[in-house]
Design a protein around this ligand. Structure first.
Ligand code: GAR
Length: 208
């Protein structure tokens, strides 16, 4: 059984999708043992507690910079013996001290079709604002491994939705979450826990 630690910052709908799939047995070979939040009072913590999962809060604002924050996160992950770290709406970029310690063991969900609308400054609703501003006709979400560059690690799964003429950032976000994120993130986690993702020359290949 792989030991899954989930990092969150906000509402936690992606965490909820993971919890629901864990309950229904769709996540095979792994178990969520702890949820760590970068914000006190994040609703994601409530979701974890309701599911009987341990929680920890490491407030980003209590640390001077990304490096000292990442070191604190790394110490937690090590003490929890994490096999897989899932960033589920985690709004802080982790320093390379974490990504180097967990190569191809950290998975993130990004709400756009990477390499579009990604990288530093592209998070949450901002991503959808930028996609609508540009006028793209499809958008979606990407589940990928995390490396030392923001949103640049090997892509595991992607899914697309149509953009509608009257979309707002909120309606587009919701369509992408419902149709892509809440399905593909648990699926990627399950594939990882069953050792069904292989990496060759920096690219991820999934045994579907
Ligand atoms: C999700 O859309 C997730 O893809 C995005 O924030 C939202 C969090 O929602 N993550 C990022 O932008 C990370 N770069 P949730 O807290 O309800 O899962």
């Amino acid at each position: 059984m792989k030991n899954i630690v989930v990092l969150v910052s906000g509402g936690g709908t992606n965490l909820q999708a993971l919890i629901d799939d864990q309950k229904s047995g769709e996540i095979k070979g792994g178990k969520i043992t702890c949820v760590i939040s970068s914000k006190e009072g994040a609703y994601a913590l409530e979701r974890a507690r309701n599911a009987g999962i341990d929680t920890k809060v490491l407030p980003r604002k209590s640390y001077a910079d990304s490096k000292s924050y990442s070191e604190a996160i790394l110490a937690e992950l090590n003490s929890l013996n994490a096999d897989l770290v899932v960033l589920a709406g985690f709004m802080t970029i982790l320093d390379e001290c974490v990504t180097k310690a967990y190569p191809y063991k950290i998975i993130n969900v990004h709400p756009a079709l990477i390499p579009s609308f990604c990288g530093e400054g592209y998070y949450g609703l901002r991503v959808h604002e930028k996609a609508l501003e540009y006028g793209v006709k499809v958008s979606g979400a990407t589940v990928h491994f995390v490396n030392e560059k923001a949103d640049a690690g090997a892509i595991i799964l992607q899914g697309a939705v149509d953009v509608k003429n009257d979309d707002t950032p909120e309606t587009l976000q919701r369509r992408i979450m419902e149709n892509v994120e809440w399905k593909l993130l648990p699926k990627a986690v399950s594939l990882f826990c069953q050792d069904r993702i292989t990496v060759k020359n920096g690219k991820a290949y999934v045994d579907l």
